[in-house]
Write a protein that binds this ligand. Structure first.
Ligand code: AMP
Ligand code: GLY
Length: 427
């Protein structure tokens, strides 16, 4: 089987690394990939950008690709699955209609309401005065979200009316998110602990993948600006058996049923970001129509089953009674970022001494590229040092030890990835 992975981040390095281990797979291409995928023996980078759907479709046709797995949301929201289907190509990822669950917050909130799935109370606005009136009525803290895709930057948690006013004006008046922010969703601020719950689905059946938690804030103790994710670990201790069953029953199954009722075809990973309160009540914060980054990196370390086979079966609607086999050990990934991220940062800095792969250690690349054989930085999130351990604490220790070997002048990383889980382990 020939497989194409679409994307260039740490998630796509982890997906291609995992797929390349399948006995069913003879060739793995990544478009466009990164320095890490280029260094993998079994993987070939293709110089096509992830949003260039026509070029990807042409490549997949010409190379007779048996399975395409789409990493990022943008090509999905733009309809890569629809185009591949027209051409009779297997594409693991939802159609653009179904991908609206991530592509439009308003669509998602209406969908949740219609299907009686719990979420924060909200209202939608295109007019800034009406939006501000709503905020004053509801009080702070309050959450303001751009409707469309904003590369993880579209959410503001406003602690004062002034902050809310700024966020509203930036989106609706200054249009900093362009079209994505011309409409905003304002919602109730929820408290509790967040967890990521990801399933693989063929549209009918859902296989839960291991749970995880990511650290979205840049600085220690989850403070500082929001990022794409500074690290993640799996499993998430907050998701015990009771919570797991509740999520499947109250969120995942009703979502798949709702999509089917609307006539939307959803094949792929469905990612529910949730807030879980102390009474184990679950509310959906967001849906993503793809795997998480960096959650993919630790989760792929724990997955023993053949990912390529599972994705292929999903495309064929054959996930019924499929199970996945998992590593019992815990996993943890620490993101190495460039100093300054998520604001301005420098690129093209040399990186050397990356620890070699072991059974319990893998350094996945994100913003890296190879130039004349030298590895240089090429993005805000640069690497993800990922480990397995008997506990989250031991996985964390291994990861921070491995980082000491890496030589990269602009290195920045959080020193406390996994702290919540470790606190629970210690107690
Ligand atoms: P989203 O892109 O909607 O997941 O939002 C990004 C992050 O903002 C989430 O992971 C949460 O940490 C936070 N967030 C979003 N919505 C809420 C909410 N209603 N209450 C509290 N925190 C939220
Ligand atoms: N780590 C969160 C995401 O991938 O959206």
């Amino acid at each position: 089987m020939k497989v194409l992975i679409v994307g260039s981040g740490g998630r796509e390095h982890a997906l291609s690394w995992k797929v390349s281990k399948s006995a069913m797979v003879s060739k793995v291409f990544v478009a466009p990939g990164n320095g890490g995928t280029e260094l993998e023996d079994q993987v070939t980078n293709i110089d096509i950008q992830a949003n260039n759907i026509e070029a990807l479709a042409n490549f997949a046709t010409k190379e007779s690709i048996d399975l395409t797995i789409v990493g990022p949301e943008e090509p999905l929201v733009r309809g890569i699955n629809n185009r591949f289907n027209e051409l009779g190509l297997n594409c693991f990822g939802p159609t653009k209609e179904a991908a609206q669950l991530e592509g439009s917050k308003e669509f998602m909130k209406e969908f949740l309401k219609k299907n009686k799935i719990a979420t924060a109370d909200y209202s939608t606005f295109t007019n800034s005065e009406e939006a501000l009136r709503y905020v004053k009525e509801k009080g702070c803290p309050i959450v303001i979200k751009a409707d469309g895709l904003a590369a993880g930057k579209g959410v503001t948690i406003a602690n004062s009316i002034e902050e809310a006013k700024d966020a509203i004006n930036l989106a609706l008046e200054s249009e900093i998110f362009g079209k994505a922010g011309k409409k905003i969703v304002i919602e109730e601020f929820l408290t509790g602990e967040e967890a990521s719950f990801i399933v693989m689905t063929d549209g009918i059946n859902a296989i839960p993948f291991p749970t995880s938690q990511d650290h979205k804030a840049r600085d220690e103790m989850d403070t500082g600006p929001n990022t794409g994710g500074m690290g993640a670990y799996s499993p998430a201790p907050i998701v015990d058996e009771i919570v797991h069953d509740k999520i499947m029953k109250e969120v995942i199954h009703p979502t798949l049923k709702g999509l089917k009722d609307e006539g939307y075809k959803y094949i792929g990973f469905l990612y529910a970001g949730m807030m879980i309160d102390k009474d184990k009540n679950i509310k959906v914060l967001e849906f993503n129509c793809r795997f998480g980054d960096p959650e993919t990196q630790p989760i792929m370390m724990r997955l023993k089953s053949d990912l390529a086979e599972l994705c292929y079966k999903a495309c064929k609607g054959k996930l019924k009674n499929q199970e996945i086999e998992l590593e019992n050990r815990k996993s943890l990934g620490v993101v190495i970022a460039a100093k300054g991220y998520p604001h301005e940062y420098e690129k093209e800095k040399e990186i050397t001494n990356i620890p070699i792969e072991k059974s319990d250690l893998k350094v996945f690349h994100a913003g890296t590229k190879l130039v004349n054989g030298d590895l240089i930085s090429n993005g805000g999130r640069v690497l993800c040092v990922t480990t397995l351990g008997s506990s989250v604490q031991s996985a964390q220790k291994k990861a921070y030890n491995a980082i000491q070997d890496i030589s990269y002048d602009d290195i920045f990383y959080r020193k406390d990835i996994g702290y919540r889980a470790i606190k629970r382990e210690v107690e």
